[in-house]
Design a binder for this molecule. Sequence first.
Ligand code: NAD
Length: 370
Amino acid sequence: MVPELVGKLTGLGYDVLVEPGAGAQAEFADDEYVEAGAKVSDSALADADVVVAVQPLDAANLGRLGAGTAVISFLPVNTEQELVVRLRDAGVTSFAMELVPRISRAQSMDALSSQALVAGYRCAIVAAGLLRRFFPLNMTAAGTVQPAQVVVLGAGVAGLQAIATAKRLGAVVQAYDVRAAAAEEIRSMGAKAIDLKLETLEGAGGYAREMTEDRAKRQMEALAPYIADADALITTAAVPGRQAPLLVTSAMVEAMKPGSVVVDLAAETGGNVEGSVAGKVVKIGGAQVWGGANVPSQMPGPASKLYAQNIVNILTLMTTPGEDGGAAEFTPDFEDEIVAGSAVTHDGRIVHEPTREAIEGPAHDQEADQ
Ligand code: NAD
């Protein structure tokens, strides 16, 4: 939560408790929360009916919650199965921001998009910062300096923002994505859409599908000359629920010019670039390869503000506001598509079916038994 939005929650009729130092890393002081109408309290977690957080609560914090507490946070259900079991067994009602359905009504609650926007911008700025040359064309009395050539792989929310930012800095940008719709989106950002003459890969819900080994190999071969020519390569490709696809081998990076820069936003989830390390800059051939680690947190102010707005919007959906200054009631309607879609545990059960099945096995079909 950011101080600026505390008033939205008190306006609904909530008392807002903030853990001491909760905003420190984003430069929000405890006093600012108090001025905005919140109470800074050591027992915030234990006293809460609803907890809103960025990362999932760890075991120690989970142990401080009262029974029946609700938690809204990021919660990667594929990799945090132990935590899901703990939430179930503690009787906590949990909602995962990653699972908010990407329907128009939920756009203002879409934290994946808001954080991808921050991360995509940051990627382009990091690439520009690491590259020891201009992004824009410079025509001066002393001669002309050619603009940097930037290649972006993956043109979802983060990739499009990286393209837009690199363009604003004056680079010549080319981009590739496996989804057919992406080419037009790339062009609308003023970049050139790379056409590899390969089949497109659309999956469910407007997302990409995983590549076959053969498709991945052909994509690498076709991309290699574009990457070899690039001064900066930015990779943002992801497939929901899977490891990030490997798009660029270390041999492809070694073929880049000395002094080139690679920014791999997917380093934390397996990496689009072979050899990238999350949170580090490593040298591969003559290129510096930057691996992203919790990239939105590198711009904590805007990332927090956008995330807090997403949280306020989803919490408002789940709230019956207090009348005439009365207390708000947390009343999530599990018939609502957004509430049902994002719920992970409730009433001692795992209610997100794919996660339940992954943890508890297939549902026992009593009708089939009869
Ligand atoms: P994402 O983070 O899952 O993936 C990033 C990009 O990587 C995607 O564009 C994907 O196509 C691409 N990719 C996957 N495999 C690739 C490969 N092998 N090579 C190159 N690129 C590859 O995706 P995202 O940014 O969250 O969004 C994906 C789609 O969802 C987009 O069409 C976006 O416009 C749409 N979207 C819709 C809503 C909404 O309706 N509310 C909100 C956000 C995004």
